[in-house]
Every structure is written in C-alpha cells, then in structure tokens.
Design a protein around this ligand. Structure first.
Ligand code: DQA
Length: 158
C-alpha cells in the first residue's frame, strides 16, 4: 500500500543499527537498561505529542538500513537514525542519507566524544541536520521534538 501525501508528511522513519536490538542487556553501564522496545515507545510518544507518527526499524545489516533509507523517499518526511557502529565506518549509509535529501537527525545513546577515539568520528554527522549524543533514550524524544519543529508550521505543532 502506498502512503498518502498527508501520511508521508507526518511520518518519521526511526532507524536503529547493529547491536541496538541488545539494548537493555548490552553494556548497561554505557547504554543503560532501557530496551529497544522502550526506546521505540519513547520515540512513538514524542512523535504523537506533535501529531507525527513513526515507522521503526532495527537491523544488524548495512544493506537493509540503506534499503530502508531509500524507501523513506515517498513514505516519510524525515529520518531519525542511530547508526550504531556503522556511524564510524559506513560511507554507504552516509551516501544513502544524502541521496534521499530528507531531514536527518543522528542520535547516539552514549556521548561518543567521551569514549574511545575511533568513535569520535561519524560519517553520518556530515549529512545530519542535528546530532544528539549522550542523552540516553531521551535523545530520541529530543530529536523528534526538533524534527517536529522543522517539519510542521508553528500553528499545527502539538
Ligand atoms: C552508539 C555509539 C556507537 O559508537 C556504538 O557502536 C553503538 C551505539 C550509541 O547509541 O551510543 O552501537 O551509536
């Protein structure tokens, strides 16, 4: 089924990359105890407060994430992405994001700049409109607040 232009204008694709399916049990000292389902729920509720909806996808596979980014053109108005470790390695995800020309919010649960040096550079940041790192799951809600302000005229913001 194809999305109506109105649905598309109010949908944000929320992408989570590799290993984020392990949230809740993965290195809780770094990533906290919220699960991926908790994070997606937080994003859903933040979107709803603004009259937006989210489409959530997590994948451990670079190509699946790239296909989802391509498919967003025509089904979503913006992309929120936590690319996980692909942030630091994937020119292909960066190119996909710049190729579809949608607003991009990059989110990291941890403050990647306070961690190992190899995490300090993100290929995605150069094509992201906003980058939020270190706010934990709340970063997803902050990103949705920002995207809502960008996408919606002030009169219709919830
Ligand atoms: C992460 C940070 C990345 O360096 C790491 O590889 C992840 C998660 C974060 O959310 O803090 O998988 O993107």
């Amino acid at each position: 089924m194809t999305a109506s232009p109105n649905d598309t204008a109010r949908t944000v694709l929320v992408l989570n990359g590799p290993n984020l399916n392990l949230l809740g049990t993965r290195e809780p000292a770094v990533y906290g105890t919220a699960t991926l389902a908790d994070v997606e729920q937080l994003a859903t509720e933040a979107a709803q407060r603004h009259g937006l909806s989210v489409q959530c996808l997590q994948s451990n596979h670079e190509g699946v994430l790239i296909d989802a980014i391509h498919a967003a053109r025509g089904t979503a108005a913006a992309i929120l992405i936590n690319p996980g470790a692909y942030s630091h390695t994937s020119v292909a995800i960066r190119d996909a994001l710049s190729g579809v020309e949608l607003p991009v919010a990059e989110v990291h649960l941890s403050n990647i700049h306070r961690r190992e040096e190899f995490r300090h550079h993100s290929y995605v940041s150069g094509v992201a409109d906003v980058v939020i790192a270190g706010a934990g799951p709340q970063g997803y809600a902050l990103a949705l607040d920002w995207l809502a302000a960008k996408l919606l005229p002030p009169a219709v913001q919830g």
